[in-house]
Design a protein around this ligand. Structure first.
Ligand code: SAM
Length: 281
């Protein structure tokens, strides 16, 4: 099918939730010296100019990164993690204001050290074309192909540590189960891998199939973080953003809580963040 283009949604509240968590996980992993293989199963374009026709059409970033950007001084005071994250966002700006938003390939590549590797999978020819136009170091490989199959082929990696982001477009209902099956297979090949899985929270509640699949597969040590802007019944669109982190680094939860407490009021009184150690109870 492949009709989804992330450019229509770049920088929205879900991207902020996803990429802030990603940034924090990388931050924790970089505290140790041993090298890391990063795998991004659904990479997208890599960098999103906010003036591009697709992004300018819905302007979802206005309700996302733009709200944080406007209050960056206050947020940096309240949460050093948010301050660092917003400084990183600042690095891709070309003019005086907010004009670009970085996608997961940028977040994963910008802090790579010698010995670290990055595999970027993107299936859509057009999106892969945009990704191919970007400049990355030689240790970044871009592969046009299926990211879930690519992940399993890449594992076990040659580096001591592995960090994976799974961020599908969930255009097909079956994708939730496919992601769960792939994560279970990946953990059998690399038990120590840190795996992040993003999912949309929609009124149909299809993400439950992903959670059930992981639970039924017996996966443990998962931290779940959900940012919701309203109740499921209030509209037809995405009301929340979910992130699962398998094998989360120690202390990740506290830093995300602090950041969420600082930024949640940006979305008014109906917004909530909740997190738990999800063991599939
Ligand atoms: N991870 C990106 C980010 O955070 O900036 C956004 C990714 S977007 C939500 C999902 C992407 O997955 C789309 O670009 C889509 O073309 C791509 N895609 C869809 N099916 C795929 C598959 N089977 N393998 C790899 N990429 C796929």
């Amino acid at each position: 099918m492949l009709s989804y283009q992330h450019a229509y949604h770049a920088g929205n509240f879900a991207d902020v939730h996803k990429h802030l968590t990603l940034y924090a996980v990388i931050d924790h992993l970089l505290r140790k010296k041993s090298s890391i293989t990063y795998i991004d199963t659904h990479a997208g374009r890599g960098l999103y100019p906010l003036a591009a026709a697709e992004t300018a059409r819905l302007q979802e970033y206005q309700e996302g990164v733009a709200r944080l950007w406007a209050e960056r001084a206050r947020l940096a005071q309240a949460s050093p993690l948010l301050g660092d994250w917003l400084t990183a966002v600042g690095k891709v700006q070309r003019g005086g204001g907010l004009d670009h938003y970085p996608g997961s390939p940028w977040w994963l590549s910008q802090r790579m050290r010698e010995g670290d590797r990055l595999r970027l999978f993107e299936l859509h020819p057009g999106e892969h074309g945009h990704l191919a136009d970007q400049t990355f170091s030689e240790s970044v490989k871009r592969i046009q192909g299926d990211g879930l199959a690519g992940l399993l082929k890449t594992l076990p990696a040659k580096t001591p540590r592995i960090c994976v982001l799974i961020d599908p477009s969930y255009e097909r209902k079956a994708e939730y189960e496919e992601v769960a099956d792939t994560v279970l297979a990946a953990m059998r090949k690399a038990r120590h891998a840190v795996v992040m899985i993003w999912y949309p929270m929609l009124p149909a509640g299809r993400h439950q199939a992903l959670l059930d699949g992981l639970r039924d597969g017996g996966l443990r040590k998962i931290w779940r973080s959900e940012l919701t802007l309203g109740d499921p019944g209030e509209g037809h669109g995405m009301y929340g953003s979910g992130m699962l982190v398998v094998n989360p680094p120690w202390g990740l939860d506290e830093r995300i809580h602090e950041a969420m407490a600082a930024m949640r009021p940006l979305w008014g009184s109906t917004a909530h963040h909740r997190s738990d150690w999800w063991v599939g109870e």
